[in-house]
Design a binder for this molecule. Structure first.
Ligand SMILES: [Zn+2]
Length: 167
């Protein structure tokens, strides 16, 4: 009985420790919003899924890994591909993470936030986005998606075999 209570308590503690919202290793979150010709995608990705570590870089090769990650994420056309027929032009990429400044947040878990914006000349033809992240970052296994646009709200899940979200 004592063992049972101990494992119950321990199990609960572990569950709470992993309950930080939006931070499951291997899983990213994506919010897509379409407002007339403006398309905005916000990504929140645990650094573990991109770098394999979630703390400040400690040496030259880790600093290089951080730079390499940032370079890949800034290449909007490779990270996210909106419907070609919508004629979307990237208007900005913003990355935010403590590791970009050589730091990390206390507590052991760190994310990167990436925000992408486009202007789409034929937004009525905008019906999907394909994620190109899975090839570059094999530790990333899933992306949970929330969509808001003229078609209403939708949710979905992407992975390497199914990297397209349609609406
Ligand atoms: Zn973490």
């Amino acid at each position: 009985m004592k063992d049972f209570i101990f494992s119950l308590f321990f199990g609960l503690t572990v569950a709470i420790a992993h309950a930080a919202p939006g931070h499951v290793h291997g899983e990213a979150r994506m919010e897509i919003s379409v407002d007339r010709e403006q398309l905005v995608v916000a990504l929140e990705i645990p650094l573990d899924s991109l770098l394999g570590f979630e703390r400040a870089p400690r040496n030259a090769s880790e600093r290089e890994a951080v730079q390499g990650m940032a370079t890949k994420l800034k290449d909007a056309g490779k990270v996210l591909m909106p419907s070609a027929a919508a004629l979307c032009t990237s208007t900005g990429v913003a990355l935010d993470s403590p590791v970009l400044g050589g730091k990390s947040e206390p507590g052991g878990h760190n994310d990167i936030d990436a925000r992408y914006t486009w202007r789409c000349a034929k937004s009525e033809a905008l019906r999907e986005i394909a994620a190109g992240l899975f090839a570059d970052f094999p530790r990333l296994q899933r992306i949970t998606v929330e969509f808001a646009g003229p078609q209403g709200q939708r949710a979905g899940r992407l992975d390497a075999r199914n990297p397209r979200f349609s609406w």
